[in-house]
Every structure is written in C-alpha cells, then in structure tokens.
Design a protein around this ligand. Structure first.
Ligand SMILES: Cc1cc2nc3c(=O)[nH]c(=O)nc-3n(C[C@H](O)[C@H](O)[C@H](O)COP(=O)(O)OP(=O)(O)OC[C@H]3O[C@@H](n4cnc5c(N)ncnc54)[C@H](O)[C@@H]3O)c2cc1C
Length: 564
C-alpha cells in the first residue's frame, strides 16, 4: 500500500485530496495508480491498496488527519472483502468521495448491487486502455461532481468544545446533518487548547469554530456557522415563483419538481435539509432502494438534484411569518428579512415531542438526545445505550446503535412492539443479540452532574429501577410546529394544516377564502399556499408520501398560477 504519509505532499499547508485505488492484483493496482498519477498527480494524491482492509486502514488514517478523499476506485472481485463491501464501509468515513467499481467482465448483478448499495457513480470494465478514452473521462466526471460538493469547498472546519456541552453538540450536529466535514477537538486536549489560544477564546466561549479561512467564530449562531462553512443562507433575489418552507422529503420533492418545471424556486430550511428522514440510519421501504438507503444519503442526493435543476436552497433560516399580500405571498425570517413569491408550499413536517421526565430538559444535548444524533455514535462505543420509543424511528435507531454500543435497551411504554413498529424491524431487532426490548416501561427521571449518569425506569406496576446510563435517545412521537401560522392559515386542534376538501364545512369555504372555486386538494385556507408532507392534516407519515405530495403540490401551483 502507498501509505498516505508517503504521498502527503502538501500544497500551501493543505494536503491535496486523495484518489484511492484498491485492487488485489498488484500489476493492475500499479497500472491504475500510474495512469491516475500521470493525469491527476498535480492536484491529487494517489493512494493505492491491495485489499479492502488495507484501504480502510488508509482511509481511517486520512480521516483522523482531516484529509479529503475525492474518489475511490475499487476492484469488484477481491478475496475477503469485495469492492462493494469496501465501498459501503468507505462511505461511512468519506460519504462525499465519488465511487467507481472496476471489474474484469460485465456482471449485471454486481452492477445492480453496486448501484443499490453504494450508489456507484461508474462501473468500469478492465482493461481501460487507452486511459484517455476509457478511464480519464470517467474520473474527470467523478472529480467534477466531487469539486461541486461542500467537501471540496470546505476543506478544514475545526470545532473546539466540551463533549458534554449542549451548544457544542448542537454545532457538531448541525454540521453533520448538513454533511459538512469537520474536525472535533475537546477543550481538554492540547490541540483544542492551542486553537482556543490562537482564537483568543477561553473555555467559556465554546464552541469555537475555525473555518478554512481561519476566521474563528466564538459560540456562533447556526446561521453564522452555516455561512462560514459555505452553505447558502441568503436568497439571491427577493421575488420567486415559489417559496418552499421546510427541507425534508416533501420540501425537497417540491423544490426538485418546481425547479425542473421552470419555476423560480427557493427552499428555506431552518436547520438541515433532509428533515426527519435525514435522521434515519436506514430507510428500507422507499421505492427503488431494495437494500435500504440512509436518510443522509437520500437527502444528499435530493439536495444535489434540486441544485442541478436550479433551485436555491437556504439553510439555517427559520420562517416565522407568512403574509397574504394580494397577489404575493410574503415569507418572513426569524432573523429579519423576507422574500415574496406567487405561491408557497408549506412542508415543515413535525418535530419530536419532549420527554416528560424529571431532569430531561437540563440534560438535553448532554446525554439526552432527540433523534438519532449520529454524531454521538463514536462516543457510544462499548456503552450501554437506551432508546425511548416503540415506533419505526426508535427501532431503526436501535439497529444503528447496536453496531456501536455494547448493549442497546429499547424502552417501550406499550405492552408490545408489534402494534407500533413494522414487522420487518421487529424481526430485525429480535435477531440482534445486544438489543434488549423492555415493554411497559417508561423513563421517570434522568440524572447527572454535568451529563447523563443514570435513569429511573418505571414498569407497569409502578416499580422504579435506577440504572446507570450515559446516552438516552428519544423517539416519542412528534407534533407540528405551526404556531407561527396561527390566524393566517387554518390549523386543526393539534396544529396540523387541513387542505382541500378537509377545509369545507357543509360545503362552505373556509373563512377568508375569496375565490369562487374550492381549495385544491393540497391547498390551505389561503389561495396559493399549499401544504405537503407530515404537517398536512390526515397525511400519511412516510417518506414516499411526503415526496409524492411535494410533487403534487407543484402541479397544483401550476394550476393556481394558470388561473391568475
Ligand atoms: C428516525 C426516523 C426514521 C424514519 N424512517 C422512515 C422510514 O424508514 N420510512 C418512511 O417512509 N418514513 C420514515 N420516517 C418518517 C419520514 O421521515 C417522514 O414521514 C418524512 O420525513 C416527512 O417529510 P416532511 O418533508 O413532510 O417533513 P420533515 O422530514 O419533518 O421535514 C420538515 C423540515 O422542515 C423544517 N422546518 C420546520 N419548520 C420550519 C420553519 N418554520 N422554517 C424553515 N424550516 C422549517 C424542519 O427543520 C425539517 O427539516 C422516519 C422518521 C424518523 C424521525
């Protein structure tokens, strides 16, 4: 193997991104590396390995050093670990590295598997002579995609903070959910202290974020953080055909269909695109992904797709008001400013309910987490993790954390899992030896000095047991957060937004409705304001239906625009 260090030629103090090739045939491996160096050696470091294990070791080292990996070229047929298995594990370390599978002969099954499991960009037949015709165009295309990703633009974000600090966790979680790579330093380690000193900050200023330009941010807001790492936070203009509020599957679906059908479209997301789905470790029932897909990958593909069609995606901007200004719909942001549009799609989904247990509020972000908090996976190694909830989201999370923790206990309030969780997940959980399901159990209290240390668990008889715990992940249902629409758009008693026929009472239009026609199927009580996904009253809480409603809402937007 070419050790990453051997090739670590640094330009301007920053290592060039890596092209990694892995092939068990030394002759082929040398030839690929030679061809790659010949054309890309000036801008990239070429690292080669002769097995999947060796390549993963190299990738782990690169990861620890904060280096970037632009592309992975893996041979399919290798002993011990085949190319697809390697690429699947490599994606956990470098999700943005582009991927190609090399094979000696056409193998349709392998190609299908490669597309489904690891979303390969290319499937290359060996030999690729002459490289100018066969290899380089493929690698050029992969690098073009890589260079358009934030991984290339944001080269070295460093965060210094306390592990058990809620704001430090929030900053890491924000970057992870937006797929921005970063390096994390604890204030306790020498490099962390050095960075704090360099930034003129003290331990109370954390998190301190040092973006590639070296302009340190002390305890930044999410919008400041987003801007510093290269995410778009400002709209390029103040009037659009369509504003989509919320960047989950419904919003992303609407943005893709809106922009691809020629509408000037902007999507506004308050935290990270992907929404709830972005938190899912593996979505198994979304059409077209027979082997499942992680929410992060699905969100990343959708984001790229929306951008490809020209939709603007604003991150870290919360919408706090909607106004009906004659022909225009005005959307106001929490931090000031506004944009207007002919039509609006509300796709704000739902948010987790807070755990009603003594002490939970104080320890949120310090051992108590809502959602999967995938950034915490590494610190769960060897720990006993508790998960609260009996629905699919809790089940998926248990499957995910079982790969990292020594033991995962799923705490379910009801008497069984079957009533609330899909059959396939119940079966998966039953087959994982380090997952324990405790039914008829709820969390009565959580305690800890500066982070979670123990839980009080109450069973159906009222008996309370205290157990030591460092990580508690909460998935206990969700509610829409639509208070900001009160008095503007009709809401039902639980805050969901009724649309279309649900707005008609004895055939009468909702108050304030001024058109002679009925509201369209996904139209709210305000003409030109549509609703898609989980936030809609009576919606089916699924990724597929959210995406479908996003697409359908766009069709109705066209119909609405056509009648003006
Ligand atoms: C862990 C987990 C696993 C799941 N697994 C599956 C699965 O396997 N299969 C399946 O079909 N479904 C699954 N679901 C359900 C699925 O993810 C949801 O049904 C789907 O995400 C709903 O999409 P949405 O776009 O309507 O809303 P959301 O995904 O909730 O997205 C809404 C977005 O709007 C943003 N937002 C909210 N308010 C504002 C505002 N005022 N301004 C700006 N932005 C705002 C939020 O930040 C969020 O990003 C899972 C859910 C979870 C939590």
């Amino acid at each position: 193997m070419t050790h990453p260090d051997e090739a670590a030629v640094r330009t301007g103090g920053r290592a060039r991104p890596v092209l990694l090739t892995v092939d068990d045939d030394p002759g082929v491996s040398r030839a690929v590396a030679r061809d790659l160096r010949r054309r890309y050696g000036g801008d990239y470091r070429v690292v080669r390995a002769s097995s999947g294990d060796e390549a993963l070791t190299a990738l782990r080292e690169l990861k620890l050093r904060g280096d970037r990996v632009a592309a992975l070229l893996a041979d399919y047929r290798m002993p011990q670990m085949d190319g697809i298995e390697f690429l699947e594990q490599a994606m956990d370390l470098f999700p943005r590295a582009r991927r190609a599978l090399l094979t000696a002969y056409a193998d349709t099954d392998a190609a299908i598997q490669a597309i489904n499991l690891v979303d390969v960009d290319h499937y290359l037949l060996k030999p690729w002579e002459p490289p100018e015709e066969k290899l380089y165009p493929v690698v050029d295309a992969m690098l073009e995609t890589y260079l358009a990703s934030p991984d290339a633009a944001v080269q070295d974000v460093r965060i210094v903070g306390h592990h058990w600090s809620a704001p430090s966790f929030a900053a890491r979680d924000f970057l992870a959910r937006n797929a921005v790579p970063y390096r994390w330093y604890s204030v306790e380690e020498p490099e962390g202290r050095r960075l704090l000193t360099a930034a003129g900050a003290g331990p109370d200023d954390v998190p301190v974020v040092v973006p590639p330009d070296g302009q340190a941010l002390l305890a930044p807001t999410e919008a400041q953080l987003a801007a510093a790492v290269g995410l778009t936070v400002e709209a390029s203009t103040d009037f659009y055909d369509l504003v989509v509020v919320g960047g989950g599957p419904a919003g992303l679906g609407a943005a893709v269909y809106g922009a691809s059908e020629g509408l000037r479209t902007v999507l506004v997301e308050r935290q990270a695109t992907g929404g709830q789905a972005g938190q899912s470790s593996r979505i198994e029932n979304y059409l077209g992904f027979p082997d499942g897909v992680s929410g992060g990958q699905l969100a990343e593909r959708a984001r790229r797709q929306a951008a490809k069609f020209g939709a603007e995606v604003l991150t870290a901007r919360a919408v706090t008001a909607l106004e009906d200004d004659g022909p225009a719909r005005v959307v106001r942001f929490a931090d000031g400013g506004c944009i207007s549009a002919h039509a609006v799609i509300l796709a704000t989904g739902v948010s987790y309910r807070q755990l009603d247990a003594e002490g939970a509020g104080e320890l949120t972000g310090r051992g108590v987490y809502y959602g999967s908090a995938i950034t915490e996976a590494a610190s769960c190694a060897g720990e006993h993790v508790y998960i609260v909830g009996g629905a699919n989201s809790a089940g998926q999370s248990a499957v995910f954390f079982a790969r990292h923790a020594s033991c995962v206990t799923l705490l379910v309030r009801g008497p069984s899992l079957e009533a609330s969780m899909s059959h396939y997940l119940v079966q998966q959980l039953a087959a994982i030896p380090n997952v324990v399901v405790r039914t008829s159990t709820s969390v009565a209290a959580v305690r800890g000095a500066d982070h979670l240390e123990e839980l009080d668990l109450r069973d159906a008889t009222g008996r309370v047991e205290t157990v030591p715990a460092s990580h508690l992940f909460v998935f206990i249902g969700a509610a829409p957060r639509t208070e900001w629409l009160d008095g503007v758009v009709a809401r039902d008693g639980r805050g969901f937004l009724p649309t279309g026929p649900d707005l008609l009472v004895d055939g009468a239009h909702p108050p304030g409705w001024h058109l002679p026609r009925d509201p369209y199927f996904l139209e709210s009580s305000v003409p030109g304001v549509f609703v898609a996904g989980d936030v809609r009253a009576q919606s089916v809480k699924r990724v597929a239906s959210a995406v479908g409603e996003g697409a359908m809402a766009v069709t109705l937007v066209h119909r609405y625009l056509g009648e003006r």
